[in-house]
Design a protein around this ligand. Sequence first.
Ligand code: NI
Length: 199
Amino acid sequence: MTAIDKTVAIRDYVYTIFNDDVTGHDFAHMKRVAFMARYLAEQEQADPFICESAGWVHDIGDRKLFINPDKAVNELDDFLHSTGCTTNEISKIWEAVEDVSFSKGSVPASLEGKIVQDADRLDAIGAVGIARTFAYGAANGQLLWHDHERSRQETSIQHFYDKLLCLKDSMNTAAAAQTAVERHQFMEIYLNQFFKEWQ
Ligand code: NI
């Protein structure tokens, strides 16, 4: 298979898994992360195929999304072998997705991993990031915000202060840091307006 054939096969596989997700981790999130990872790879002279592929599959096996994460990971590994990806490509894809999650708090070792982490973080901020935050909050039974400080901990708006507003300064690559500036500013404008209307 050519690189394009392999990418199409990976995209179709990801579609079957995330098609009906309502937590902000739907197929469109995987697609944006994959395309952004490819764009960043081109800017940063990384491997575009590895970055895009890792972008497509980066949330497979996430413990907050899968009832049986290990099974999902094993099935993906079998699937990647069936596409004709080489053992070398597959190990690079796994290396790139390994440290992506914010909660693990680690900086990926490979440039491809740094790029996929940046692409995922870019999708958590800006207008789309705002929409995904409320979708995730709703799916997990969280309030938008609360008048009383002691009840704000698990709200969607609190998530901006705990995580989203910090992401701009945590980008690994210059290309992602540049893209993050506008998205970060938009979130600040959004929050100002939110509190104006909330009162
Ligand atoms: Ni993600």
